[in-house]
Design a protein around this ligand. Structure first.
Ligand code: ADP
Length: 484
């Protein structure tokens, strides 16, 4: 097996800067792939949080002008990650969220900021840094996707390029007026290039011009080729179906390990599953719920957005309460949903607990204390909370979409008889089918042996990065070709 050098281009990377699952993937893949003889360096914008760690780094490449100002590529190792960072204060030296100003709106120059990221990624792919010549450039989401265009229109041998879709809802679609600033040749304005509905489409360009396209689950890979989920790009994706592939994400099984998790009052494992109940009691106490070992406790850890389908759960709550169930919810987002769950908790404090905000420690306690984790998403590229739930022995109740469909085995008769079920699936994402699924879960909760079996099956399923890393490594080997 020969080593492959890969440049991963991402607009966020855990633990330096994170707004979502993309950061987790970009942060976790390098270590997982090192075991597969793949050497990854990650290119990220030099946001303040990144520059704070790389202040002393030596420049590996210098630009007199990168989209309106001088810039340098810095190289260094941070938190175990081999990083290249773009030191370009005029583009990235801004506090807070990487994409939004303090007014909550996109930065007005996001088209330039992320064209610069893609441009630098392509330059490294074409040999800008002698010490690291990648055989593959791996671009993540629209913010990096223009790399495929820069590589294709460079008119010289280029490395293999793969673009990964983490969420089709974000596409980087800009007016045609931006094109003049991109430094691409006129022939790039074409249906086979960057042109997209009369403007410039960054993700579209990546999907059209990459050697391979991946997304974060096989079911989402199929779904995005349909008008219902394709968000306008399904037609293009169908023409490229032969190079589209789904690779499910993993979770960091050292961070998410119930045996050692310091956020838990009680550690436990599949062998000592009975001790788990102490976390349920602690969770009920922390959320102000009535203490009861018997009452089925449903948990939610989520952004509160239309995508996540929690309006359906809000409507289904009376059914849970009527059968003695409880809910522990942690999340933030849509004010209507925040208000709805807060009002529900106020009217039934013994049964419904609601914490608004982002709380890593409570997220772990909910996973360890709830009997079930509910994920009723309308669409879900992969989803991480159900993977955590499997690992923590809280059978997930999920809509059968995207990565949720691929990672949870429904407790139907066949799967139960075969001893492989890990949760409950429902479809479509609608109140009636969710209610039916919740009732199935309440039935399961009445039978401790069945619930125990589900918990153990989940805890024994492999949700680590090991399998996904092997798939990415195989993909890189298929497309690797160094620039000359
Ligand atoms: P998405 O990236 O669409 O928000 P995922 O399920 O892929 O959804 O990943 C969400 C991650 O963020 C999970 O690890 C989840 O535990 C975490 N998370 C979401 N909301 C919160 C919250 N309010 N507090 C703590 N962690 C949260």
């Amino acid at each position: 097996m020969s080593g492959v050098k890969v440049l991963s281009v991402a607009s966020e990377v855990f633990p330096l800067i994170k707004t979502g699952g993309l950061a987790d993937v970009a942060g976790a893949l390098p270590a997982a792939l090192a075991r597969e003889d793949v050497e990854i360096r990650t290119l990220v914008p030099g946001y303040p949080a990144v520059m704070a760690k790389l202040a002393a780094a030596q420049p590996a490449h210098i630009y007199d002008d990168l989209f309106g100002g001088p810039a340098r590529i810095l190289s260094g190792k941070v938190a175990g990650l081999a990083l290249f960072a773009i030191d370009a204060p005029h583009l990235y030296n801004r506090p807070g969220n990487p994409y939004l100003g303090s007014n909550g709106l996109d930065w007005p120059d996001n088209a330039q900021r992320f064209a610069a990221l893609a441009r630098v990624g392509a330059d490294i792919g074409l040999g800008a840094i002698d010490a690291f010549l990648p055989q593959v450039v791996h671009a993540h989401d629209w913010q990096a996707a223009l790399a495929a265009a820069y590589l294709n229109y460079a008119d010289r041998p280029r490395p293999g390029v793969v673009t990964t879709i983490h969420n089709m809802a974000f596409q980087g679609h800009f007016p045609m007026s931006i094109f003049a600033e991109l430094g691409l040749p006129p022939q790039a304005i074409s249906i086979d290039g960057v042109e997209y509905f009369g403007g410039v489409g960054y993700l579209k360009a990546g999907l059209r011009l990459s050697d391979r396209i991946t997304t974060v689950s096989p079911t989402y890979a199929r779904e995005i080729m349909t008008p219902e989920f394709g968000m306008g790009l399904d037609g293009l994706l169908r023409t490229r179906a032969a190079v589209v592939q789904g690779i499910v994400n993993g979770i960091d099984d050292t961070v998410w390990n119930p045996g050692t998790d310091v956020a838990l009052p009680q550690n436990y494992s599949a062998l000592r599953i009975d001790m788990r109940v102490r976390n349920k009691t602690a969770l009920q106490t922390q959320m102000g719920l009535a203490q009861s070992v018997e009452r089925p406790l449903f948990g939610v850890v989520s952004r509160l957005s239309d995508q996540k389908g929690l309006d359906l759960l809000l409507q289904a709550l009376p059914g849970i309460l009527a059968r003695g169930g409880q809910l522990a919810l942690l999340g933030s987002g849509d004010p209507l949903l925040e208000g709805g769950f807060t009002a529900a908790a106020t009217s039934r404090p013994d049964s419904i607990g609601c914490v608004l905000g982002y709380d890593e420690k409570l997220a772990h306690l909910i996973q360890a204390g709830a009997d079930f984790i509910v994920v009723p998403s309308r669409f879900e590229p992969c989803g991480l909370t159900q993977l955590c739930a499997l690992r923590y022995g809280a059978p997930p109740i999920v809509a059968r979409v995207g990565g949720l469909a691929d990672t949870v085995i429904d407790a139907n008769e066949a799967a139960t008889a075969a001893g492989v079920a890990t949760g409950v699936q429902f479809y479509p994402p609608a109140v009636e089918s969710l209610t039916y699924a919740l009732n199935r879960a309440l039935d399961i909760a009445r039978d401790p042996a069945v619930l125990r079996r589900l918990r153990l099956n989940g805890m024994r399923s492999d949700v680590s990065w090991r399998g996904p890393a092997k798939r990415y490594a195989a993909l890189y080997r298929e497309i690797n070709r160094p620039a000359e």
